[in-house]
Design a protein around this ligand. Structure first.
Ligand SMILES: [Zn+2]
Length: 176
């Protein structure tokens, strides 16, 4: 076999870069494994590798997961279902992308608890869109999707308007 030409070598590099569309960072503190995921979940997300590194009590921070495709959903559902060394797992700061999946895919969270998630709001006075962090225990103590959490605009103090359909965006609350 001949050695690769520079053009072929460049192609290999590009492929490897595409395979790391999802990055994660670990932080072990006070008996918890805190894992922040960042990027896109697709067929190259290496979730099996992540699963092997998880044990004990785990929090997955999903604030920076921007996209997930249908292959990614399949990978994720398998991942969250098979975590043999994990005792407890919760999903924190779920991005709107992840929250939409929680609503659409019946077994998306598997055995995980949902701790908090982002919800879309607008300030009609300032004409800005803003995602606000909703804490399940604090904002949905009775698990009623129709009781939309209220927030105020950081700039003008006006009450923000929820920018989706509550019965759709918060429907997963019913299953928690
Ligand atoms: Zn405002």
């Amino acid at each position: 076999m001949s050695s690769p030409t520079p053009r072929q070598a460049e192609h290999v590099t590009t492929t490897l870069r595409r395979r790391t569309a999802l990055d994660w960072s670990f932080d072990r503190r006070s008996g918890l494994v805190y894992v922040s995921l960042k990027g896109e979940i697709d067929e190259n997300a290496r979730l099996g590798e992540l699963a092997r590194r998880l044990d004990g009590k785990v929090v997955l921070d999903l604030a920076d997961v921007r996209r997930i495709n249908s292959a990614g959903v399949r990978e994720w559902v398998n991942f969250i279902r098979e975590l043999p060394k994990v005792e407890e797992i919760s999903l924190a700061r779920c991005s709107p992308t992840i929250t939409n999946q929680l609503n659409m895919i019946f077994n998306f969270r598997g055995k995980a608890r949902v701790e908090s998630f982002y919800a879309p709001y607008v300030c009609e006075h300032c004409d800005v869109e803003v995602d606000r962090l909703v804490n399940v225990e604090e904002h949905f103590p009775d698990r009623d999707p129709a009781k939309v959490p209220s927030f105020r605009c950081e700039h003008c103090g006006a009450e923000l308007t929820f920018d989706d359909i509550p019965e759709r965006y918060f429907s997963f609350i019913l299953q928690l």
